[in-house]
Design a protein around this ligand. Sequence first.
Ligand code: SF4
Length: 367
Amino acid sequence: MNDPIEAREIGGNENLFNLRASSVGLFLKCPRALKDKPNMPIRQTSEFAETGTRIHAAMQNYITKGIVPEFDRDEDIYLFRRGRYIWDNQLLPYFPTPDVEISLKTVVDNKIDLTGHADVIQIGTDFVAIIDWKTGYVERDYSGQMLAYALLASRYYKKPKAIVSIAYLRSGHLETKEYVESDLAEFELKLIEQVVFGNNYTVGDHCGFCPMNLECPARREMIKSSVSDISNLTIDIEGLIKKGILDDVFSASKMLKRSIKIFEDALKEYVLSNDSALETDKANYTIDNRERKGIIPTVATPTLKNHFTQSEIMSMVKIDKKAMEQAIMSHAERGEKTLAKLSLIAELQDAGAIETKPYVQLTRKEK
Ligand code: SF4
């Protein structure tokens, strides 16, 4: 166990702006999201939250007591295996005396009460390292949350450097960033600026995680104008270009797509919280628990060998390029990671193992 440091528990002042590490990303994009609904956690479905809780508890038991749990659900078995693999092969050497499930807290400039929860922590001589397990489907931009963990842990344990790792258990991808004092000081300034001056609404993809998203006036206005933009037009691309409104219509269509997803997620969450059933005059809504089966190549190979040749098996396996690059970088020394990745890609290229398949993608870049 790492030594506890007394008198770290500062804060608790109700005049401070309360901010959780998990909400920092949203707060940096749109401060009104948390100013209008303080203390509301960011949105996620309860189904994901329950899976996350089970996997976090399992990883905690594995790290501290070496216990391998027996799960009933395939999804849990898969996520735990991923977590265990990442821990054993990539993280364990850097966490010789880990602490788990640690609540962190610090006060920023007497204005913000910043709190967070680290899944795993290692205290070093001049650094603190943190791991956060992610069990969701989407790999979002967690840079704000990573900085918040770094700031919390660095201030809490009084260390000048923080190393934060996010382990995405669905893809097996590990993202690690190192922060020094100047990064943390700059981040503190950004947070203070948002608390003191940030009063604008900023509508975007992040609205999907906002506790305000069903009632936000800015979003509502944007949806209204998107609906009217789209419902009043005939699909004549050349005509839209001539009128100079193609960009607006494209943005409106994106906005509507996001709004429909937010509505469907909210309805799903409501039905779930209503014992998974809802009846209206016209229909019954139910939430059915379904599972998608995934085959774990390393575990399946001995069984598959009884039925297929080696080349048949290889034709069924898809190598995740991102996971492969992360793995080769995790084996390389610091400062040589990018070179190791590029060398492996070059080796694969020379071996004819990289094929290029054309695909079509619509891209839009602001001028
Ligand atoms: S819904 Fe979007 S624009 Fe409205 S407060 Fe939330 S993040 Fe900001």
